[in-house]
Design a protein around this ligand. Structure first.
Ligand code: ZN
Length: 281
């Protein structure tokens, strides 16, 4: 599933192509892709709308229109492609948007979990998401406050979109490795220095992954709007590297399951007990 860095990279690629363009037509090829409004009303409602902004909230793409906005959640296999109108729709094409410059934005989704919403406000779809970790207004004191109120395991909390927006399975593992924190540590057990390491790791990992155009782990993996794979997989430290040597200390990477999600970590670099402190389970 594309996480914050992949979605951010897609958004940055689409922004100069879409801002200022007007939607002149739409075709819904798989009705359930359009979650709101009814698929048969969608083409008439989107036609004539002008794109004012292209942004992101959590893992959602948010296309701001002169009235309302178009939210796109790519989920497991959704892909946006920027094409010419004479390029035929593929077997997995679910939605087509025609722009006034003759280009077409195509939504392909083999597994059909992706969803598109035409709404007045993004929060109608996203609910009250947690803070954006890369926003300038998100500070170390903010994170300290969030952690102090929570007893949950770090891995589960990082996956919780109402705690922090945009982090998924890959980057939660990578952030905890770079923060040298065990995924089972409880949020309110972190000392101030560990809280600061976590804050820095969240920012560093996500920003480096955006620069690396996101992570593409296999042939079916994520590609951007130009069909290009990410490059950050070359820097992945622990995610999916079970049994392989830690890039820091050569200890084999361990996989465990927390709340039905896998977690990968180095048992030496990420000790289960806080440094200088005994934590009872
Ligand atoms: Zn290690």
């Amino acid at each position: 599933v594309p996480e914050l860095p992949e979605v951010e990279h897609i958004v940055r690629g689409l922004r100069p192509l879409l801002v200022g363009r007007t939607v002149v037509g739409a075709a819904v090829l798989w009705p359930r892709t359009v979650a709101c409004p009814d698929a048969d009303r969608f083409p008439a409602q989107i036609a004539g709308r002008r794109v004012q902004s292209v942004g992101r909230r959590g893992k959602h793409i948010v296309i701001g229109l002169d009235a309302g906005c178009l939210l796109i959640h790519l989920k497991m296999s959704g892909r946006l492609r920027w094409t010419s109108p004479d390029e035929p729709a593929g077997p997995h094409t679910r939605l087509l948007l025609d722009l006034d410059d003759g280009h077409r934005l195509r939504f392909d989704d083999p597994r059909k979990f992706g969803r598109v919403y035409l709404v007045q406000d993004p929060s109608q779809v996203t609910g009250a998401l947690g803070p954006e970790p890369l926003a300038g207004g998100f500070t170390l004191p903010d994170l300290r406050g969030l952690l102090a109120r929570r007893k949950g395991r770090l891995k589960s909390l990082l996956l919780n979109q109402y705690f922090l927006a945009g982090v998924g399975n890959i980057y939660a593992d990578e952030v905890l490795f770079h923060a040298r924190l065990h995924p089972l540590r409880r949020a309110n057990s972190l000392n101030p220095e560990e809280q600061e390491r976590l804050f820095e790791a969240i920012r560093d990992v996500l920003e480096r992954a955006i620069v690396g155009h996101g992570t593409t782990l296999d042939d079916q993996g994520y590609v951007d709007a130009e069909g290009e794979s990410g490059r950050y997989q070359e820097q992945i430290a622990v995610y999916g590297r079970t049994g392989k040597p830690c890039r820091c200390c050569d200890t084999p990477v361990v996989r465990t399951v927390i709340g039905q999600r896998s977690a990968h970590y180095c048992p030496k670099c990420q000790p289960e007990v806080a440094e200088g402190q005994y934590v009872s389970s």
